[in-house]
Ligand binder design. Structure first.
Ligand code: PEP
Ligand code: MN
Length: 259
């Protein structure tokens, strides 16, 4: 699996697909199988612990979803990635052989949390993706990268998921593309992928946003996909079926050198 992860990481574009949240074993495994059948993604994502803005919402299935992810990997051959926000979550994810970890936008804003995750990663050989913080602060984003790098993690990637602002806007999280471009300029050795799902917060502008990222030479995409998007337990408005995701990816005009 390590070789598969390396291949996915280094071969442009890196396409990560999967549900916002793991909900049930069947939902996760079916999503993974339908995504794998399209032949268009090279890594499976699923939220196991969900940092929700308000209490009382679905906060993730927790560690009991990790064996489901293992099963999805065994059946599809897709490497897996999950969000981790605490040392315990890192430990649990590693125990269940998650292949790549990612730090979410609500964690990147908090140096204490980032440091806790980084400390749990000391001596571990695993690639880590770091989302931008929810606020447009490149220093905070860079600080998180530095903390993880200082813990000895060699492969670090960046995920641009947009920045929150007050009130209703076209986007759920404003892309502020120039900030992602500047971060890429400052970190030429790291890959940067785009997460149009959390930028858009809706399905209808997902494709054009993904296209923009590819036009701007991002190294890949992370897009949420669910077998029954309207009934998803989190982020229902922005998820697409595996088949719709494949259609979208087929319609994107890729940079010649990427395909
Ligand atoms: C997610 O990827 O489901 C998520 C919670 O994203 P973000 O950290 O970008 O809000
Ligand atoms: Mn989500």
């Amino acid at each position: 699996m390590k070789e598969k992860v390396q291949e996915a990481w280094s071969k442009k574009p890196l396409i990560i697909g999967g549900p916002c949240s793991a909900e049930t074993e069947d939902q996760l495994v079916s999503t993974a199988q339908r995504l794998a059948a399209t032949g268009k993604i090279n890594m499976l994502r699923a939220g196991i612990w969900k940092p929700r803005t308000k209490p009382g919402m679905f906060e993730g299935i927790g560690a009991k979803g990790l064996p489901w992810l293992q099963k999805a990997k065994a059946l599809t051959g897709l490497p897996t990635t999950v969000e981790v926000a605490t040392g315990k979550q890192v430990e649990d994810a590693l125990n269940f052989e998650v292949d790549v970890l990612w730090i979410g936008a609500r964690t990147t804003v908090n140096p204490f949390s980032v440091q806790e995750v980084a400390d749990a990663l000391r001596g571990v050989d695993i690639p880590v993706l770091i989302k931008n913080p929810i606020n447009p602060d490149l220093e905070l984003w860079s600080g998180a990268v530095e903390r993880v790098a200082r813990a000895g993690i060699k492969q670090i990637g960046l995920i641009h998921r947009g920045f929150s602002s007050y009130g209703n806007t076209e986007y759920r999280n404003a892309p502020m593309w120039h900030l992602a471009i500047e971060m890429k300029r400052r970190n030429p050795d790291q890959i940067i992928i785009n997460d149009p799902s959390h930028i858009c917060g809706r399905r209808d502008i997902l494709q054009e946003t993904a296209q923009k990222a590819i036009d701007l030479d991002f190294d890949g995409l992370m897009i949420e996909s669910h077998i029954d998007p309207d009934n998803a337990w989190s982020d229902a408005k922005q998820q697409v079926t595996p088949e719709r995701l494949a259609e979208m990816l087929s319609s994107i005009i890729w940079r010649k050198e990427d395909v």
